[in-house]
Design a protein around this ligand. Structure first.
Ligand code: ATP
Length: 228
């Protein structure tokens, strides 16, 4: 099954006077279970594409399908439900809630779904904290953890609801290369064992090395698709 399908996607920012065409005639097919990256220089359109796939931004023209659903013209409410139910997000700046502990940050993601009891949540959270290797840090707040540890919490938060798709925007940008590699190994394991589809945006060579599919962007166009 296709997890992501983009058909003739174009994206303009601005108005008639000052217009930036951020994406031009983008056609993409990413199958379920893939480990794919949008790669390319700064300003080439990577983040814009990731935001479109995550229903955080609308296209100017073209069609967007994710997990078999047409998400091209969702209302604000539909888009937010779609993100909550189908997608896990990981950001370069982690975006954890500072007043909550690691455990509570992960719990918050399940609370949004509103369908699990306290003990169901506990089982899921403990399992995922162990899987990402931070069980002993469960009571720490973000400012009491290293960058790599915070990124593990962010991964646990994205994964705990078992999303079909994880979107990760430059997830290794703030990590040293050893920590970045550990995080990527973890993501690869989750991709292989849990069959979660990963889509990255990055110019980090490490992510490009790990990716199974590389979509090379330049000036808002896909210049080359590389499959390993
Ligand atoms: N909100 C916005 N308003 C106007 N132009 C924008 C906006 N967001 C992005 N752009 C423009 O769209 C183009 C693509 O930007 P985008 O952020 O998607 O690139 P990127 O490849 O993710 O870059 P980086 O690696 O620097 O994050 C750039 O020319 C950028 O200046």
């Amino acid at each position: 099954m296709e997890m992501i399908k983009l058909e003739s996607v174009e994206k303009d920012y601005g108005n008639k006077k000052i217009m930036v065409r951020a994406l031009k005639e983008i056609n993409v097919n990413i199958p379920q279970g893939d480990f794919a990256v949008f790669a390319g220089p700064s300003g080439s359109g990577k983040t814009t594409l990731l935001n479109i796939v995550g229903a955080m931004d609308n296209v100017t023209s073209g069609k967007v399908f994710v997990a078999g659903k047409d998400i091209t013209n969702l209302s604000i409410k539909e888009a937010s439900n779609f993100r909550r139910d189908k997608i896990g997000f990981i950001f370069q700046s982690y975006n954890l809630i500072p007043v909550l502990t690691a455990y509570e940050n992960v719990e918050f993601s399940l609370d949004l779904l509103g369908k699990f009891s306290k003990s169901e949540k506990k089982d899921k959270i403990e399992k995922i904290l162990e899987e990402v290797g931070i069980q002993e840090l469960r009571n720490r707040r973000p400012n009491e953890m290293s960058g790599g540890q915070q990124q593990r919490v962010a991964i646990a938060r994205a994964l705990v609801k078992k999303p079909m798709l994880i979107l990760a925007d430059e997830p290794t940008a703030n990590l040293d290369s050893v920590t970045g590699e550990k995080i990527l190994e973890l993501m690869k394991k989750l991709n292989e064992e849990e069959k979660v589809t990963f889509l990255f945006s990055s110019h980090d060579q490490l992510i490009i090395d790990y990716a199974k599919r590389i979509l090379w962007l330049r000036d808002g166009k896909i210049r080359k698709e590389e499959i390993k």
